[in-house]
Design a binder for this molecule. Structure first.
Ligand SMILES: *Cc1c(COP(=O)(O)O)cnc(C)c1O
Length: 425
C-alpha cells in the first residue's frame, strides 16, 4: 500500500498514519458514518473506465459497464457521465440505469438467460441499444413483444464459443455444458431464420466467457471464433454491425503492485489481432475490473478470542456484507486501518453470522489488533454490496463515495424498520 496513486486508492500518506482513500482518512469516515462501511474511490472508477476507452480508441467501441458488479446509482451516474454504456441482466438493473442516467438508455445492452415478457417490454419502451439473446425461444418472445409494442428490437445472439477460461467453476460460463448462450454452430441458422422478421434487427453477436479471467488468451480465442462466425454470416447475407466481447477480465486480489494499465493493454491486444478483419462496433462489458479495486469494506473489531490454538478476530462485518470468501473461497487482503506495533500472527477473521462459512480469512497473518480497531477488506468494490443480504436480520452497510477531499454518502445504512417494512403479521 504505497503512494496516493489511484491504482491503489487505499494508502497510508506516511508511515504510522491510518489508511486513507483520496484525501480522506478511513478513521474519519468510520467515525462519521459507522461500520460496516463500503468506501469507493471515484477517481479510480474513472481511471479504470478511461483505461478501456483508451485501449479501444482506435475503433468504434462502447464500454458497457456490467451493472451487476456494483449497481449503486451514484456509481452508474458517474460512469454514464464519462460516456459508459451499461450491461444489465434484469429489469431492475434497467430501472437503476434509468433512475441514475436516463440519457444512457440507448447505450444499454440486456443480457441474461431468463428475461421475462415484462422485462423485455420495459427495455423496448426505454429504447435500449440491444438485447443479448440467449435462446431461440427468447428470440421468438422478443419478436412477439416488439410486434405488440411496434418497436423494432436490435438483437445479438449470445453464442457459446466453447472456450475454456481458467477461473472458479461458479463463474466460468463459456463452455457448451454451461447454461449460458447458444451453441455457436447453431447460430447461423437462427440468424438467417430471423433476419426476415420485420420487428427484429440482427445487430450483433455477443459472448461472455466467464469472470475473474486473469489471462488475455481466452478472450482472443473467443474473438477468433466470433469473427469467423461474423464473416460466415456476411457471406451468407446477414451483415452484423457489432461484436460484444462480454466482460470477465480479472484483477489480482493478492498483489499490491497490480498493473491495471498493462493488463488492459494486453487484453485489447489479444482481441485486436483476432478482430483485425472486423470493422464494425466493438462492445465490452467489464464489471469487476472497473469497480473491484476502487472499493473497500471497513469493519470494526468487536472481539479477539482464542479457542485452543486458534485466534479469531470477530468483526462487525459479516458474510451478509461480503459473501465472496464464503461463496467462491475468494481472497481479500485485510489490513488494520492503523497499524499497531508487533509481529503479524495467524488469525481467522470472521463475522457474527451463525454459519461456519462466515469468514473473511483463515490462518491469515495479521498485525496485532484489539477490540475497537478498524480493519479494511480491500478490493471489495465488485460483487460486494451487490451480493449483500439481510441474512440474520442484519441491515445492509452504508456506502460512501470519495472524490479527492470530499466524501459523500451514496447509500445510507439500512435500519431495522427498512427490513421489517414489507412484512405483515
Ligand atoms: C457478469 C457479467 C459481466 C461482467 O463480468 P465481470 O467479470 O465483472 O467483468 C459482463 N457480461 C455479462 C453478460 C455478465 O453476465
Amino acid at each position: 500500500m504505497g503512494q496516493p496513486f489511484f491504482s491503489r486508492p487505499f494508502y497510508r500518506p506516511r508511515p504510522g498514519a491510518p489508511l486513507y482513500c483520496g484525501k480522506v482518512s478511513l478513521e474519519a469516515l468510520a467515525r462519521r458514518y459507522g461500520t460496516p462501511l463500503y468506501v469507493y474511490s471515484a477517481d479510480q472508477i474513472r481511471e479504470r473506465l478511461a483505461l478501456f476507452q483508451a485501449a479501444f480508441a482506435g475503433r468504434e467501441h462502447l464500454v458497457c459497464y456490467a451493472v451487476k458488479a456494483n449497481s449503486a446509482l451514484a456509481i452508474l451516474k458517474l460512469l454514464a457521465g464519462r460516456g459508459a454504456g451499461f450491461d444489465i441482466v434484469s429489469g431492475g438493473e434497467l430501472e437503476r440505469v434509468l433512475a441514475a442516467a436516463p440519457e444512457a438508455a440507448g447505450r444499454v445492452v440486456f443480457s441474461g438467460v431468463g428475461k421475462t415478457a415484462a422485462e423485455i417490454d420495459l427495455a423496448l419502451e426505454a429504447g435500449i441499444l440491444a438485447f443479448n439473446v440467449e435462446s431461440e425461444a427468447e428470440l421468438h418472445l422478443l419478436a412477439e413483444r416488439a410486434r405488440k409494442r411496434k418497436r423494432r428490437a436490435r438483437f445479438a445472439l449470445r453464442v457459446n464459443p466453447d472456450v475454456f477460461a481458467d477461473t472458479h467453476p461458479y463463474i466460468s460460463t463459456g463452455l457448451r455444458e454451461h447454461k449460458f448462450g447458444i451453441d455457436i454452430r447453431q447460430a447461423p441458422k437462427i440468424y438467417k431464420n430471423m433476419a426476415r422478421n420485420r420487428w427484429l434487427e440482427a445487430y450483433g453477436v455477443s459472448v461472455h466467457i466467464g469472470s475473474q479471467i486473469r489471462s488475455a488468451e481466452p478472450f482472443g480465442a473467443a474473438m477468433e471464433r466470433v469473427s469467423r462466425l461474423v464473416e460466415q454470416l456476411a457471406r451468407e447475407g446477414v451483415a452484423l454491425h457489432a461484436i460484444d466481447a462480454g466482460g470477465g477480465l480479472g484483477i489480482d486480489y493478492h498483489a499490491a503492485g497490480f498493473d491495471a494499465a498493462a493488463k488492459v493493454t494486453e487484453y485489447a491486444a489479444a482481441m485486436a489481432s483476432a478482430l483485425a478483419g472486423f470493422h464494425g462496433s466493438l462492445l465490452i462489458e467489464p464489471g469487476r475490473f472497473v469497480i473491484a479495486q476502487a472499493g473497500a469494506l471497513v469493519a470494526r473489531v468487536l472481539y479477539v478470542k482464542r479457542n485452543g490454538k486458534k485466534t479469531f478476530v470477530i468483526t462487525d462485518a459479516a458474510m451478509n456484507d461480503l459473501i465472496r470468501p464464503a461463496l467462491y473461497q475468494a481472497h481479500h487482503e485485510i489490513a488494520p486501518v492503523r497499524l499497531r506495533a508487533g509481529k503479524p500472527r495467524p488469525v481467522d477473521v470472521v463475522g457474527p453470522v451463525c454459519e461456519s462459512g462466515d469468514f473473511f480469512a483463515r490462518d491469515r497473518n495479521l498485525a496485532p489488533v484489539q477490540p475497537g480497531d478498524l480493519l479494511v477488506l480491500l478490493d471489495a468494490g465488485a460483487y460486494g454490496m451487490a451480493q449483500s443480504s439481510n441474512y440474520n436480520t442484519r441491515p445492509r452497510a452504508a456506502e460512501v463515495l470519495v472524490e479527492g477531499a470530499r466524501a459523500r454518502i451514496i447509500r445510507r445504512r439500512e435500519t431495522i424498520s427498512d427490513l421489517l417494512a414489507p412484512e405483515s403479521i
